[in-house]
Design a protein around this ligand. Structure first.
Ligand SMILES: Cc1ncc(C[n+]2csc(CCOP(=O)(O)OP(=O)(O)O)c2C)c(N)n1
Ligand SMILES: CC(=O)[C@@H](O)[C@H](O)COP(=O)(O)O
Ligand SMILES: [Mg+2]
Length: 639
């Protein structure tokens, strides 16, 4: 690491020779494999942008110039070159974020890990520079996958309209999201990739012609002057040029010299320009290159030399869902599946293998996924759209106004619901049970264990006139939590065992084991508790209000924002039923959560059994004066 450790700021790159730059790239790759194999992270994407990021920071002057990354998962090299080389706690509490972080560095801008937003940011920054007459440059790096997102095209439409507004767009084209990127855009990029770039031709032609000054130079000027016809003839630039964007490329994204040349030309262009870079996800690391599934897009801890996972997790929520989908697919031909470029991460890979014609990868296009689901349902099928909870946020209007308004039988399966933790604020699935509360007719299930995932998925796909949602956590599925009874549609997980029970504890989804632990802790305080799992949290079960009336306190516990979540809905249901029982709702506070493990985040926000039990004990004690009694008995002895 002789060179890498000497790079403290991007300006330290300026003095390096071409040979040293190649050595630096090799050192960065070695560092990435060594560090990320220990912590887990986005190894493949970052191995693919080593030379690109070095060239970017040599041509542009961050932080004066803004170097922006779409999704941000490929910003590890950027961090290494901007003074952050301790990756020992990557994505861990107190360690580096796995994405850009303004708190970490003045070189970082976009912290949002949701794809396809970088061009919007860049458009705004470029407009600000123009109005404020700042000569700062804006360069936005967007992957071929992120380019399939609708917002990217909304931004391009605006960017292309301003021919005089400098903005450099780098398309990091590695032909993959997780799997190969789908769609017409991917095909178009492939055309551009295979065409012998006009720029290369021009560069070669210029080199030859300039060596013959008498004839060459005037001839070069003539050719350059006729470049439109020449360009179309030699290398059709397709839609980017048709949109009015200057296109530079395709450029070898692993050739620092070629990259610097293209980026320098783009920087000087004085308007919006696209630099199309061809890169290789996982480059330089054989295990990644051999991994056809996703080229080590996001890995856990791995053996650095083999790439094999160190810890193999047991059954997880995702695989339980994926297996039940295959069973359902065999039973019902109308069941089809949708993914937004995440077939394997959401567990649809087995379904796709079994029913290749009944699964649709729409690209990173959740809004389109939801609307096309409305079309599929209207056409007589039952689509199951599997998506991470946090990514459904952007398709809220489509769920509301296309799926629900038209009473379409569409099932949304939200993986990574609740606190995920290590991917930072924008990855927590903490908003779905709030924003979806307002969707008329929508039914929302939160399974508590594997059996309930299977059961509630089956119940969901039976609904043909409204959207249904099944949401579950990230990672290993918890222990089976059997019901001991039933009230209305709700499972009773624990009887209070007393005539006038103190607490009705409404347990939501995967927090069931924690809720049973809370009941045990309350039991030790002489507080009797009934624990119920509503299973379908929206609409609130009609039996809940009468059941609450038989208790002295209602407590709800959910892995979702407290604001507008299940607790709020239950409180409203009690009010509507005229049941005047105190309610205390426990959930995630309305804040952005810093990256840490799920357990660390839950502890930080007080969503643990001891924390909840302590607060409920205080509430019950205050209710019946026990607190007063207790205080009197502990008053200091009179002297
Ligand atoms: C809205 C949204 N949907 C899905 C994801 C999950 N995701 C993260 S990276 C990625 C693939 C990105 O592909 P690309 O933009 O080509 O970047 P690469 O990893 O190839 O560098 C996806 C689908 C996301 N971050 N945001
Ligand atoms: C950057 C991105 O959005 C995905 O790669 C995400 O980080 C994957 O999350 P999981 O590791 O939970 O599948
Ligand atoms: Mg890509």
């Amino acid at each position: 690491m002789a060179l890498l450790t000497r790079i403290r700021t991007p300006r330290d790159l300026d003095r390096l020779s071409p040979e040293q730059l190649d050595q630096l790239a090799a050192e960065v790759r070695t560092f990435l494999v060594d560090a990320v194999s220990k912590t887990g992270g986005h190894l493949g994407p970052n191995l693919g942008v080593v030379e690109l990021t070095i060239a970017l920071h040599r041509v542009f002057d961050s932080p004066k110039d803004k170097v922006l990354f779409d999704t941000g998962h490929q910003s590890y090299v950027h961090k290494l070159l901007t003074g952050r080389q301790d990756f020992s706690k990557l994505k861990m509490k107190g360690g580096l974020s796995g994405y850009p972080s303004q708190a970490e560095s003045e070189h970082d801008v976009i912290e949002n890990s949701h794809a396809s937003t970088v061009l919007g940011w860049a458009d705004g920054l470029a407009k600000a520079n123009q109005i404020l007459k700042k000569d700062d440059h804006v360069v936005a790096v967007i992957g071929d996958g992120a380019l399939t997102g609708g917002m990217a095209w909304e931004a391009l439409n605006n960017i292309a309209a301003a021919k005089d507004r400098p903005l450099v767009i780098v398309v990091n084209d590695n032909e993959r999201s997780y799997a190969p990127t789908i769609g017409g855009l991917a095909n178009h990029l492939a055309t551009l990739r295979t065409t012998d770039g006009y720029e290369r031709f021009l560069a070669r032609g210029k080199d030859i012609l300039e060596r013959t000054p008498v004839v060459g130079k005037p001839l070069y000027e003539t050719l350059h002057g006729a470049k439109k016809g020449l360009k179309d003839f030699i290398a059709p630039q397709g839609m980017f040029e048709d949109l009015g964007l200057k296109y530079v490329g395709p450029i070898d994204g692993h050739d620092i010299e070629a990259l610097e040349s293209a980026l320098t030309r783009a920087k000087r262009f004085g308007g919006p320009v696209i630099v199309h870079c061809l890169t290789e996800k996982g480059r330089g690391y054989q295990p990644a290159l051999q991994d056809e599934a996703d080229r080590f897009h996001a890995v856990g801890k791995i053996h650095p030399d083999t790439g094999l996972p160190i810890a193999t997790s047991g059954a997880d929520w995702t695989s339980v869902f994926g297996e039940e989908m295959v069973a359902l697919g065999k039973e019902r031909e109308d069941i089809v599946a949708i993914t937004a470029a995440m077939l394997q991460p959401v567990g649809l890979d087995k379904f796709a293998k079994e029913f290749p014609e009944r699964v649709f990868d729409v690209g990173i296009a959740e809004q389109h996924g939801a609307v096309s689901a409305a079309g599929l349902a209207t056409g007589g099928l039952h689509p199951v759209f599997a998506v991470y909870a946090t990514f459904l946020n952007r398709a809220f209007d489509q769920v509301l106004m296309d799926v629900a308004l038209h009473r379409c039988g569409v099932t949304f399966v939200l993986d990574r619901a609740g606190v995920t933790g290590t991917d930072g604020a924008s990855h927590n699935g903490m908003w779905d049970m709030s924003i979806l509360q307002v969707v008329p007719g929508l039914r929302l299930a939160a399974p508590r264990d594997a059996d309930q995932v299977r059961a509630q998925l089956r119940e969901a796909v039976e609904v043909t006139d409204a959207p249904t949602v099944v949401r579950f956590s990230k990672g290993a599925v918890g222990p089976a939590v059997p019901a001991v009874g039933r009230v209305g549609g709700m499972d009773v997980l624990r009887e209070a065992g007393s005539e006038r029970p103190d607490v009705l504890l409404v347990s939501v989804g995967a927090l069931a084991p924690m809720c049973l632990e809370i009941a045990d802790l309350l039991d030790k305080q002489g507080i009797s508790t009934t624990v119920v799992d509503p299973r379908w949290v929206k609409p609130v079960d009609e039996a809940l209000a009468p059941l609450a009336a038989d208790h002295r306190v209602v407590v709800t516990v959910e892995d979702n924002s407290r604001v507008g979540g299940v607790g709020s809905a239950v409180a409203q249901a009690l009010r509507d039923a005229g049941v005047d029982v105190p309610l205390r709702d426990f959930g995630i506070p309305p804040v952005f959560l810093d990256h840490a493990s799920r357990a660390e985040v839950l502890a930080e926000i007080g969503l643990t059994a001891p924390d909840v039990a302590r607060q409920v004990t205080g509430l019950v004690s205050r209710l019946d004066g026990r607190f007063e009694t207790a205080r009197r008995t502990v008053e200091p002895a009179r002297d």
